[in-house]
Design a protein around this ligand. Structure first.
Ligand SMILES: C[S@@+](CC[C@H](N)C(=O)[O-])C[C@H]1O[C@@H](n2cnc3c(N)ncnc32)[C@H](O)[C@@H]1O
Length: 457
């Protein structure tokens, strides 16, 4: 990760040497050849669909030959840069190539069907086909309103020709509908039909980009098919969803975007976040508990006290170790005996209830909310899993505070790091953004909302 918190991730093509943690403003057909062979563990990307959308600085309407050429060039390079056994998630909808001479539409072409043969020719194997189901789309009058996109999961075979992908199922298990002794303690496999709200244009936290991935979708893919330290790629990165998710989950990223405006916005979006759960928890807690919905000013010490309050809980490490041990026993049990079922039920019900009724306000539930503010997919986990990660993040937060030399110093470093969310100037800290959305917008837009600012001195 770049060391200096104010470092921009924007890298001009002329200076791009393939090193990760870069957002390159370029045509990806020029950027991809600079990425080292076999260096990418995972790609999640969505190309333009060629449907005449009004992107900034890019014409989304080309002849079919031209469009197919783009897909072919990109597919070839993606195969080269993907490491053996690595995955590509290719997210597409459908397109319409202009219709007949009378201007009448000749129907649609589904882009996964159009691109799959190209990817297979390059050497990828199709491993799964995921449906992303959403609501809130434009209402059609002549046919059923479109409510899905498809995501092709493509694999590059490993050296022996076998295709077995990295797949961390426990990282993405979702809440089971209700408790059943047969269910896994951390929930069920999410299946290959994913429901996630679209990031509607004009909604809280939107950028000026018009086709943003829900973070939840990217997050599920990144958690499942990579591990911390892996290099993750998006050659059509738009508003920077994939780099943001990769960065906050401690992965490295390579992003490319043809529009200068979107590339800049994604850079400021990224710099609102830390690169560890502890930092993001701190950002989440500060925004929620010190700023959210409030006006006025308080001493910077107040922010430090907020964090101190959460991180200082004495019995946290002991409680956390006890819960970890209980979960370990259940998950490691060779046979599902009556005792195990009962233990599982008790844990599941206890932690799910705490999350569901939200009445118990303690450090862990605050940490759970702080983390939910930063990681979309987290909301789908069941209570046991959420509490375990909230506890871990609080323990790590304490260590991070100690490493920084005290809470006040840590607060300052967090504010400097999240420099599009906070503005720090000597002893003064201003909160530039308080909404709980994606936090995509950069500082300039936010300063136009003076009633949401709070000054600390
Ligand atoms: C469907 S959008 C991607 C949105 C992105 N996943 C997000 O969450 O914001 C496609 C993006 O590709 C960009 N683009 C189009 N042609 C490109 C090219 N040849 N190289 C790089 N980016 C390109 C467009 O400007 C647009 O932002």
């Amino acid at each position: 990760m770049p060391n200096h918190p104010n470092t921009s991730f924007l890298t001009p093509l002329s200076r791009f040497d393939g090193a990760p943690d870069a957002i390159v403003r370029a045509d990806c057909q020029q950027m991809l050849p600079l990425v080292p062979t076999g260096s990418v563990a995972l790609t999640h990307t969505s190309p333009p669909y060629n449907i005449g959308r009004r992107y900034h600085g890019f014409r989304d309407s080309q002849e079919i030959e031209h469009y197919s050429n783009l897909i072919e060039n990109v597919a070839r390079e993606l195969f080269r840069v993907t490491r053996p056994g690595g995955s590509l998630f290719w997210q597409v909808g459908y397109t319409d190539f202009g219709g007949n001479a009378n201007g009448e539409s000749s129907g649609i072409k589904v882009l996964d069907a159009l691109s799959l043969p190209i990817f297979e020719t390059m050497g990828f194997h199709l491993w799964d086909r995921i449906i992303w189901n959403y609501f809130g789309s434009m209402a059609f009058k002549s046919k059923f309103t479109n409510r899905h996109e498809t995501i092709l999961w493509l694999l590059k075979p490993n050296e022996t020709g076998s295709t077995r992908p990295v797949f961390h199922l426990d990282e993405i298990r979702e809440r089971s509908k209700e408790y059943d002794g047969r269910n896994h303690l951390f929930g069920r496999n999410p299946g290959n039909v994913w429901q996630a709200e679209r990031v509607a244009f004009g909604s809280v936290g939107q950028t000026s980009h018009i086709a943003v991935f829900p973070e939840e979708v990217s997050e599920k893919i990144v958690r499942a098919c990579s591990q911390p330290g892996d290099v993750i790629l998006d050659p059509f990165s738009g508003s920077g969803t994939l780099p943001k998710v990769a960065y906050t989950l401690d992965r490295r990223f390579l992003a490319c975007e043809i529009s200068e405006k979107y590339a800049r916005q994604s850079d400021s979006r990224l710099r609102m976040w830390g690169s560890s759960h502890a930092e993001n928890l701190a950002i989440g807690l500060l925004v929620q508990y010190a700023f959210h919905g409030r006006k006025g000013s308080k001493p910077i010490r107040y922010l430090a006290d907020v964090l101190q309050g959460y991180a200082a809980k004495d019995d946290l490490p002991r409680d956390h170790a006890a819960l970890e041990e209980a979960a370990r026993v259940i998950l490691g049990a060779e046979r599902v005996t009556k005792v195990i079922k009962l233990q599982k039920q008790k844990l599941w019900v206890k932690y799910d209830r705490i999350i569901a009724d939200r009445k118990v306000i303690d450090e862990l539930s605050a940490a759970d909310r702080g983390l939910a503010f930063c990681y979309g997919h987290r909301k789908r986990w069941n209570g046991v899993r959420r509490y375990l990660t909230a506890g871990r993040a609080l323990i790590d937060l304490r260590t991070a505070i100690d490493d920084a030399g005290g809470t006040s110093r840590f607060v300052r470093s967090i504010c400097r790091k999240a420099n599009a969310r906070f503005l720090i100037d000597g002893q003064q800290v201003r909160c530039l953004r308080t909404d709980p959305g994606l936090g995509c917008n950069g500082a300039p837009e936010v300063t136009r909302q003076p009633n949401q600012q709070m000054t600390f001195s």
